[in-house]
Structure formats: C-alpha cells, structure tokens
Ligand binder design. Structure first.
Ligand SMILES: [Fe+2]
Length: 238
C-alpha cells in the first residue's frame, strides 16, 4: 500500500518525537503492508508545526537510518497545510511542498470552523485557478460537511477526498458515518493513516483495507490504498 499521510519525521511537529519513535513507526508501517510512506509534517497555523526548510534534510536523514536498519520502506515527503489567508501564495512560491514533482497535488487541512464551508470552497477555488489539486485531509471530521450536496460541490470543484483509515474502524462516530457514506458513493479517492506515533496513533491501513474490501470490493480497496495514491505521487489525473 501507499500511505500519503504520516507525521513520521522526528521532532518536526506533533508526530514522532525522536528518531527511535520514527523508526518504530516505520517498522509498524511496513508490517501493516505499507511500502511507500509519505511524511507530511504540519506547517504553520499553531504549535508543533514544522519549518518547511527543515523537511528535506529530516527526510534524507530518516532515509539513511532506514537503510542502516534495513527497513525496506520507500520514504517520500510533502506537507500538511492548514487553510490560511496566504495559502495560495505559499503554493505559488513553492514553500508548500507538493506530493508530485509537477506540483499538482497538495495536502490541505481545514479547521472545523462555523463558517468553514465558505472558506474551504473559496480556498479550493483559488488553488484550482493556479493549477493545484487540493487533497483534503480527513474531511470526514468536518461537521459542516454533513450535507451531501456540499461534499459533491467540493468534488465538482476538483478537490480530492482523503479520509483517515482509523475513522472507518470507529463505528458510531459522525466521522465514520460520513466517511462510510462517501466511500459507498465512490466519492473518496484516498485512504491514508495520518499516523503520529507507534502507540497512540499507529498506522491502521491493513484493517481499513480489509474493511473496504469486505464492504465495497477488492477493486475499491486497491484503488483507495494503492492505485490513486500512486497516481497522486506521479502527478497523474485520477
Ligand atoms: Fe495529519
């Protein structure tokens, strides 16, 4: 599987605290069936966020440690950006790292604000004008996306829905209810782990993939955990 969302670079954000935790998280990811893991540190917008200039060297250092420890994981990097006033500038100037070399796909996180829908739609619109394809991190958490028409509208604008694996495995939550409905409608393109550390928030991709295969079929499970994430890393249309 390809996991497009993990806070694995040590000490950069609220994810893996140090190199030991990062290596443990990488081992868990490999055991969980993940072959390619994308480190997506939080940028801006609060405490525990990474300086984007630190990401490439941190990723290279962790790659080196993976080779030394013989952990056969393909580590890539991008970043998780909150919706900010200047988010389009951060995209256009290249400060916001993308998933692909063509710089089409970027990971965008929205806060659960009361007027969040209007802000999110406006941000997606402005990013699309610049040629970016925003991949929405865990949109299922957003109560303001309860109306299916609003979610469909965001999809029609060109946003990609990336849901978190663990939420599919937490029945009863409103996040799970929304994610289940969207997956069933074929609206979700990616399932990712959003793993933060080996204990509190480990990757749960294998269990989520089984959940998808049982309910929606093997083809859907493969698309959401391998096929579409692979296209995003290659900068190809979904
Ligand atoms: Fe995240």
């Amino acid at each position: 599987m390809i996991d497009l969302h993990a806070h694995v670079l040590p000490g950069l954000d609220d994810g893996a605290a140090d190199e030991t935790a990062a290596l443990a998280l990488c081992r868990l990811a490999l055991e969980d069936g993940i072959r390619t893991l994308v480190a997506t540190p939080h940028l801006y917008g609060g405490l525990g966020v990474a300086d984007p200039r630190m990401i490439p060297a941190a990723a290279e250092r962790l790659r080196q440690r993976l080779r030394e420890e013989r952990i056969d994981l393909d580590l890539r990097w991008a970043a998780e950006m909150p919706v900010l006033e200047n988010v389009v500038e951060l995209y256009c100037t290249g400060i916001w790292p993308a998933y692909d070399v063509q710089r089409r796909y970027v990971l965008l996180e929205m806060a659960p604000l009361v007027n969040g829908l209007a802000i999110l739609k406006e941000t997606v619109f402005r990013l699309r004008l610049e040629g970016a394809v925003p991949v929405l991190a865990h949109p299922e958490r957003l109560d303001f996306l309860d109306r299916l028409a609003d979610v469909e509208g965001l999809r029609n604008q060109g946003a990609v829905l990336q849901i978190t694996a663990a939420c599919l495995l937490a029945p009863g939550s409103s996040s799970c209810r929304r994610a289940t409905e969207w997956v069933h409608r074929g609206w979700v393109q990616v399932v990712a782990s959003d793993a933060h550390d080996p204990v509190r928030r480990p990757p749960r991709m294998a269990a989520a993939r089984r959940w998808l295969a049982e309910r929606e079929g093997e083809a859907c499970a493969a698309d959401l955990t391998e096929g579409n994430p692979g296209k995003i890393l290659a900068g190809e249309p979904l």
